[in-house]
Design a binder for this molecule. Structure first.
Ligand SMILES: *[C@@H]1O[C@H](CO)[C@@H](O)[C@H](O)[C@H]1NC(C)=O
Ligand SMILES: *[C@@H]1O[C@H](CO)[C@@H](O)[C@H](O)[C@H]1NC(C)=O
Ligand SMILES: *[C@@H]1O[C@H](CO)[C@@H](O)[C@H](O)[C@H]1NC(C)=O
Ligand SMILES: *[C@@H]1O[C@H](CO)[C@@H](O)[C@H](O)[C@H]1NC(C)=O
Length: 456
């Protein structure tokens, strides 16, 4: 009984040790003879027959839009790129190596396709993934995150309501289509969907679509295959609307409202100049955003310039109106002066005579001689006033009062302006009204046109 059990245990142990074979990745590499000095894997395109094509499957997904710089026409997306190709030198049977199907290796040990991005203007300096995967059937997978600093021709016509399309073209630098073919792994709809799901940051720009397209480029009688990824992104305009469009509209409405400020004083002029200066400060901001070269004039520039010009016109009109009113008031002053002088002269003549007679009367009266001679005149006056004969002092006071009244009349004539204006004021009022109506009409027309254009 005991020996039988012993034999079974022995058998079991023997079986267990024999099936528990230990494999390392190094065994796979030894089998493949893949060492750092073995140049077979590094130097040439990994095909056993030179007529074989190497097919590269490329996948690109947008992780983030890091920056879009309008001024320098640069588009900086952060993308994930995966490249898959076949290496005909690599193959092993996973069953021989405890089921190992994939091994990761440093990138430098294998041949890699010479893919590059045509639009890239800066070398990517972010850290790269140092490893690639090889699989038992010879498939090599390389994955990397790339910070692509690319040029992108942007159309600023509709800024800030613009949608931009930026291309990233990927192709082999020297291998023609007979040697290396590049095909997209995901079609446009899948790439768009993946990018939407993985997108980490969406700042000012909203990601709309990622489309992929294959083209063949001819160069030196050789054809090169290229994948073009087109990113469609849309600007979120809120910030620019709040920062820029609305303030200008506010200033414009202030300018319109200034119609109701009286023209008589200089306040209106000062107000309009202030509003115009405020707009020119806003124009400086625009200078920071827009590129100086653009084939089509940006609508926002038209918006600013036209509004600026309209406000300038209204300022000039105010100056004209104030000038007219100035002329009018000067003319009126002159008229009044002459009128008053003439009236004064005639008054003076009669007054002088009167005064002389009166004075002589008073003198005579004050002399106390021939009192009865003056009595009829004096009596006439005093009867008119209070119907009774007054004392001498009262008579003198009365004459002084009359004189004062006359002077006051003269002064009133000089100082108080006439209520109804002269012909210049009439013109000014007419110009003001006509200008205001046409101003409002042109502003409305212009704004509706430009917003329509922005919306289209
Ligand atoms: C492995 O490569 C070395 C040179 O790197 C070579 O000498 C050797 O013969 C190769 N072995 C096999 C089995 O191919
Ligand atoms: C971007 O690529 C598309 C083809 O996918 C092409 O029609 C378009 O002209 C390219 N745009 C630029 C700016 O090169
Ligand atoms: C894109 O690929 C997905 C699967 O990869 C497929 O279901 C879909 O029909 C494809 N769309 C087009 C337009 O080819
Ligand atoms: C590019 O050329 C290859 C080989 O001639 C061909 O198979 C492929 O269809 C071409 N692609 C395009 C987009 O014309």
């Amino acid at each position: 009984m005991v020996p039988v059990v012993f034999v079974f245990v022995l058998l079991f142990l023997k079986d267990g040790t024999s099936s528990k074979k230990v494999c390392s990745y190094q065994d796979v590499l030894d089998y493949l003879n893949l060492t750092t000095d073995n140049s077979v894997f590094k130097l040439t395109r990994p095909v056993l027959d030179h007529t074989h094509q190497t097919t590269i499957e490329l996948d690109l997904i947008l992780f983030a839009i890091l920056a879009v710089v309008e001024k320098s026409q640069t588009f900086i997306p952060f993308v994930w790129v995966s490249t898959i190709w076949n290496n005909e030198y690599i193959s092993w049977d996973p069953a021989q190596f405890c089921g190992i199907t994939e091994v990761s290796l440093p990138k430098e040990m294998l041949w890699k396709p010479d893919l590059f991005i045509y639009e890239m203007v800066h070398k990517d300096e972010s850290p790269h993934n140092p490893f690639i995967y090889i699989s038992h059937d010879g498939v090599v997978t390389l994955e990397d995150d790339i910070n692509v600093v690319s040029t992108c021709k942007m159309d600023m016509h509709k800024f800030p309501f613009d949608t931009q399309r930026c291309n990233i073209s990927i192709g082999s630098a020297i291998h023609s289509v007979e040697e290396v073919r590049i095909i997209p792994f995901s079609n446009s709809s899948r790439a768009t969907q993946f990018s939407r799901e993985l997108m980490k940051t969406q700042g000012e720009w909203e990601f709309l679509q990622l489309a992929v397209d294959t083209v063949n480029l001819s160069y030196n009688n050789r054809q090169f295959e290229q994948l073009i990824y087109t990113f469609t992104i849309k600007r979120r305009p809120l910030l620019h609307v709040i920062n820029f469009l609305l303030p200008i509209l506010f200033f414009l409405s202030l300018d319109l409202a200034s119609y109701f400020i009286s023209d008589h004083r200089g306040e209106k002029l000062g107000f309009k100049v202030t509003v115009l200066l405020a707009i020119s400060v806003l124009l400086l901001i625009l200078n920071d955003i827009l590129p100086s070269m653009s084939n089509r004039t940006p609508l926002i520039a038209t918006y600013c310039i036209v509004i600026f010009a309209l406000m300038l016109l209204s300022l000039l009109e105010t100056i004209l109106v104030i000038y007219l009113m100035e002329i009018d008031s000067q003319e009126r002053l002159k008229d009044d002066g002459e009128h008053a002088r003439k009236k004064g002269e005639t008054d003076d003549c009669t007054a002088e005579k009167e005064r002389q007679t009166r004075c002589s009367c008073i003198c005579k009266v004050s002399d106390g001689e021939k009192e009865h001679e003056m009595l009829p005149v004096a009596e006439e006056v005093f009867v008119q006033v209070n119907g009774s004969v007054q004392s001498r002092e009262a008579r003198v006071l009365l004459l002084i009062l009359e004189e004062l009244k006359r002077l006051q009349k003269l002064l009133d004539l000089h100082l108080s302006p006439r209520e109804e204006g002269g012909r210049f004021v009439l013109w000014a009022t007419r110009i003001n009204r006509v200008f205001f109506i046409s101003y409002v009409a042109s502003v409305t027309l212009f704004l509706s046109l430009i917003f329509n254009e922005w919306n289209s």
